[in-house]
Write a protein that binds this ligand. Structure first.
Ligand code: ADP
Ligand code: MG
Length: 643
């Protein structure tokens, strides 16, 4: 049992923690140094070996080019998305990044050997440290985890977090929203119904989430916040004041002395923390030239100083309530998360805003990890809460349909928050196709046969059209109870069909787990197979279109040279299509596509002029589905590429 213990992890911007369920209650697992929090900082030591946590934090000052912090801000984001962050944080990005490429961070100095890491790799180092802490604690390997993410994380950010888990050697059984985890830690799911506000003021970020609990399921109904607001702002304010004092009273300018500034930072953080439990404290820092800075701060002074900072949380809270369509008095429970909510003044502000006493029994900087451990325990079947299997706020597995070549096309991705809905467009594969078979699938595998078949239905009575002309909108909708409805509608004719399925029905967590594990084992091979199938489908489409083109009047208009070139490229594509190299197939498609652009345009023109003469588009040669890019039509009965 202990060997497949599942841990809960809070992978935070400032601090990360790992927790597990000990009997009836979740507990945080301390590191070797005895501390529960592992600072989310990674540095390279003199031998270019990674150091994580407290050890790395010291390098931030001594060797800033060898350390990185706040990496969570870069997870799942592209070069274009992070420009704003770069104004706030000294991230050193690799210089040769292409648009669309995964970011890489530089660590170390060019002279002694620089290394680059992707954000998931940096996060994986933090996760690996937590994994080791847990393994040391249990004296046994730990391979499975539940990891928390902010409720507003998009799919790419979630995917990056899962990748980090995988890289660290952890199977991420589920991602849980941080506010949901905090609510679970307080056992609020047992209340069955109600509205929960989760106020999370951490080191550098502020999040407010409004959750609706119905039948034990959490639904995130609104989120808001400020990605640059938190304890760091308080620290920086106190540092500025101290620096001004030192200059004014002692005539010393120490702004550029990194070590002194760091000493001041340490002192103000200590003072801030002390003031959360005491009425006054002394700020004391040793300065150069035998001087000494000493200042007493009372809690009252401190509260006055930070008022403008904490007031900045009010706007987002109001907006979240407004978005949720709720008044403060409709909130049933308020949960405090984040180290900065230890400040009494912050608690008072929250109480006033929501007109309710917030939950404070658990440590606010541990509560998310504790909730992750609760979720982990449920997934592991280790609690009598198994009847609570539907304790989800996300879909545990991806949902999609089967498309040409037996490939799975995912429509709602695993770990999407529910309720969720998504729409994709498809088209027909054969000329005059009147019926389309819709096969609803669940699972992570790329091929339909490897996924779980949930339902099949037909969309019938599509009026005759050329292949690729139909525009079929397939809509997936999962309501808060986990019930999936799938509808299909052919937009040109208005024909539609609908079905309801229940994705989680009868599926044990073990099955869910093994499907996820399967996908880990075979992910690479699956990916390759899928690429080959897709490339072949595409090749088939362009070759079929070319066949048609050759019979059309447009073919006669082409120059002999042009025709020869097309014939040569056609032969090349046919040859490479039989092989397994999908990149070669794609390349051949691309060149043939370019060579046939003019043919496609001519066909298009003749189709249009035929239509003007009163014939239907289909009779005139079906080339209408084209955007002037050669003969590429949508994949047969598959993902359509209308705009
Ligand atoms: P994150 O979620 O961003 O990883 P945490 O929830 O761990 O961060 O919060 C870290 C912040 O909480 C830091 O700014 C830290 O100084 C602050 N903090 C921790 N304990 C206290 C305390 N007792 N009083 C005031 N601030 C605190
Ligand atoms: Mg946090």
């Amino acid at each position: 049992m202990s060997s497949d213990r599942i841990v809960g992890i809070d992978l935070g911007t400032t601090n990360s923690l790992v927790a597990f369920m000990q009997g009836e209650s979740p507990v945080v697992i301390p590191g070797e140094d005895g501390s529960n929090l592992v600072p989310s900082v990674v540095a390279l030591d003199q031998n270019n070996q990674p150091v994580i946590g407290n050890g790395a934090r010291n390098s931030l000052i001594a060797n800033p080019e060898r350390a990185v912090y706040s990496i969570k801000r870069l997870m799942g984001r592209g070069v274009e998305d992070v420009q704003e962050e770069l104004k706030f944080f000294p991230f050193r990005l690799a210089e040769d990044l292409q648009p669309g490429e995964v970011l890489r961070i530089r660590l170390g100095e060019k002279k002694v050997g620089e290394k680059t890491f992707t954000p998931p790799e940096i996060s994986a180092l933090i996760l690996r440290q937590l994994k080791r802490n847990a393994e040391r604690f249990f004296g046994a390997p730990v391979t499975k985890a539940v990891i928390t993410v902010p409720a507003y994380f998009n799919d790419a950010q979630r995917q990056a977090t899962k990748d980090a888990g995988r890289i660290s050697g952890l199977e991420v059984l589920r991602l849980v929203n941080e506010p949901t985890a905090a609510s679970l830690a307080y056992g609020l799911d047992k209340k069955q119904n109600g509205i929960v506000a989760v106020y999370d003021l951490g080191g550098g970020t502020f999040d407010i989430s409004i959750l609706k609990l119905h039948d034990g399921i959490f639904e995130v109904i609104a989120t808001n916040g400020d990605t640059h607001l938190g304890g760091d702002d308080i620290d920086n304010l106190l540092i500025t004041i101290a620096l001004d004092d030192i200059q004014g009273d002692l005539g010393l300018d120490v702004r550029r002395n990194a070590e002194v500034v760091q000493a001041i930072r340490k002192a103000v953080i200590e003072a801030k923390i002390t003031l959360s439990s005491q009425d006054s404290t002394k700020l004391s820092v040793e300065l150069p030239r035998g001087k000494h800075y000493l200042r007493e701060i009372t809690r009252q002074q401190f509260e006055q100083l930070i008022q403008p900072i904490i007031d900045r949380t009010v706007g987002p809270c109001k907006q979240a309530l407004k978005d949720a369509g709720l008044k403060p008095e409709q909130i049933d429970e308020v949960v405090l998360v984040g180290g900065s909510t230890r400040i009494p003044k912050v608690r008072a502000l929250v109480k006033e805003m929501f007109q309710r006493e917030p939950h404070t029994d658990l440590n606010p900087d541990e509560v998310v990890a504790l909730g992750a451990a609760v979720q982990a325990n449920i997934l592991g079947g280790g609690s009598e809460a198994t009847e609570n299997m539907l304790l989800l706020d996300v879909t545990p597995l991806s949902l999609g349909i089967e498309v040409a070549g037996g490939v799975t096309d995912k429509i709602i991705l695993r770990n999407s928050t529910i309720p969720a809905s998504a729409t994709q467009f498809y088209t027909t594969q054969i000329d005059g196709q009147a019926n389309v078979a819709i096969h609803v699938l669940q699972g992570e595998r790329e091929l339909a046969k490897d996924c779980r078949s949930l339902a099949r239905f037909d969309l019938k009575g599509i009026p005759p059209m050329a292949a690729g002309m139909a525009r079929i909108e397939v809509k997936f909708l999962i309501d808060a109870n986990g019930i999936l409805s799938v509808s299909a509608r052919e937009q040109r004719s208005g024909k539609e069909a609908e079905i309801q399925v229940q994705p989680s029905y009868g599926l044990t967590d073990q099955q869910v787990e093994s499907m996820i594990l399967d996908s880990f084992d075979s992910a690479e091979e699956d990916f390759r197979k899928r690429q080959v199938i897709e490339a072949r489908n595409e090749a088939g489409t362009i070759l079929a279109a070319l066949e048609k083109g050759k019979k059309s009047p447009a073919w006669g208009v082409l120059m002999t040279d042009e025709k020869k070139k097309i014939a040569k490229l056609e032969k090349a594509l046919i040859a490479v299509k039989a092989e397994e190299d999908y990149q070669a197939i794609r390349k051949a498609i691309e060149v043939l596509n370019q060579a046939t652009t003019r043919l496609a345009e001519l066909m298009m023109d003749s189709a249009v002029s035929a239509a003007l003469k009163g014939k239907t588009m289909d009779e005139a040669g079906d080339a209408a589905e084209d955007r002037g890019e050669g003969l590429t039509a949508p994949h047969p009965m598959a993902k359509a590429e209308f705009e």
